[in-house]
Ligand binder design. Structure first.
Ligand code: SF4
Ligand code: SF4
Length: 371
């Protein structure tokens, strides 16, 4: 945990990321769920933290003593109200409230205790407000609070980790069981949409027998048109890279698509360099979906190639489907990356379903690790 001395500097280092996370929460978090998360983390972290060794809040803020507290506080210190005011307080120039005249606060004792004890202002008792309701509406204040309060800083860092923000610094040191639990917790915040492109491909991948059954049924029921028959012939006769590349971009019925995909895999050695090269630039949907299938089923494991070239892929849909490949074929070390892509897709493309690729990827990966 960050020390009281370092908290300001550490918060400043993360300023951009923290603002981005604030915007992300504002756009996506559920108000009640977020309050619950704040409360859980607040209780957990404060229960093991000794505020008397910090007291940054008593050192950094202008402390207002409410008018209704003056009499009681003066009595607590064994003096008259007017003496209490003249010794310790001054009027705020803007709103006339009584403010403690000195920073660190007059009432802070060297051992970190407050002279006012239980008579200290309500604001002091409630600070840093992380267990108070409606956190979603106070996220800007939270950004200031984490520059002062190490506990609030830690709460925000843990929240970022739970939502997959940042690099997941503690991730590498976790055991497999924690990784699975941590990822399951992450997935709880997001909705898997089975009708999204990634959802459909993921289900076909997990249950290939069902897809085959559906295609078989369709073959029995639906009569092939002349166009379908011509396409089927093109697929069976394709033998050059150009033939296959053309077919990968062609709209076709499920049964022909399935035949094409089988032929792509039969010709993996010839097609792998071409499909890799075209994937970097091509943004056509049919091509992307066929390329996904190819990478997901090919003998060659393309995860390292995907990771090293990820920033060079021009198309975001392609990136989303490649995240699904990473989940299908990668190891647990891709999880922090997949989490970061979920967050990036949601922030950058709120009207698309690109986040479904990394979400389904993680879902499948966790199933594999757990199984
Ligand atoms: S509330 Fe925060 S800033 Fe105040 S003493 Fe405790 S940890 Fe430090
Ligand atoms: S009144 Fe007490 S708790 Fe509040 S800032 Fe001063 S010393 Fe800290």
């Amino acid at each position: 945990m960050v020390s009281p001395k370092e908290v300001y500097e550490e918060a400043k280092k993360r300023e951009d990321e923290n603002l981005l996370f604030r915007n992300f929460l504002k756009a996506n978090a559920d108000e009640k769920e977020l309050d619950k998360q704040f409360r859980r983390l607040h209780n957990e972290i404060f229960s093991g933290y000794d505020c008397d060794k910090c007291r940054n809040c008593c050192k950094e803020y202008d402390i207002i003593i409410p008018e209704q507290d003056l009499e009681r506080d003066a009595k607590k210190l064994g003096m008259k109200k007017n003496v209490f005011i003249s010794l310790f307080l001054e009027r705020d120039k803007d709103d006339g409230s009584y403010v403690v005249r000195k920073k660190p606060c007059f009432f802070l004792e060297p051992d970190g205790k407050c002279v006012l004890g239980n008579c200290r202002p309500k604001e002091c008792k409630e600070y840093p407000y992380t267990n108070q309701p409606e956190r979603l509406h106070s996220l800007y204040n939270m950004l200031e609070t984490i520059e002062v309060c190490p506990v609030a800083f830690e709460i925000y860092e843990r929240l970022k980790e739970e939502y997959g923000f940042g690099g997941g610094s503690s991730f590498k040191s976790e055991g497999s069981k924690s990784i699975i639990k941590n990822t399951k917790d992450f997935l709880k915040h997001y909705k898997l949409i089975p009708t999204s492109a990634a959802g459909i491909e993921a289900v076909s991948f997990m249950m290939p027998e069902i897809e085959e059954m559906v295609i078989k049924k369709a073959e029995d029921i639906v009569k092939m048109s002349d166009e379908d028959l011509a396409c089927e012939k093109m697929i069976s006769e394709a033998n050059t890279k150009e033939d296959f590349f053309k077919l990968m971009r062609k709209p076709m019925k499920g049964m022909n698509r399935s035949k094409l995909r089988k032929r792509l895999l039969e010709n993996e050695e010839m097609l792998m360099p071409l499909i890799k090269q075209k994937s970097l630039k091509n943004g056509q949907d049919y091509f992307i979906e066929n390329a996904f299938y190819f990478f997901a089923h090919a003998e060659e494991d393309c995860c390292n190639w995907i990771m090293s070239n990820y920033n060079d892929f021009r198309n975001e849909y392609m990136k989303s489907m490649l995240c699904l490949v990473l989940g299908i074929r990668g190891k647990e070390d891709v999880i922090p990356f997949l989490k970061s892509q979920v967050v990036r897709f949601i922030l950058d493309y709120p009207d698309e379903l690109f986040e479904q690729g990394p979400l389904y990827g993680m879902d499948i990966l966790i199933e594999r690790l757990d199984g």
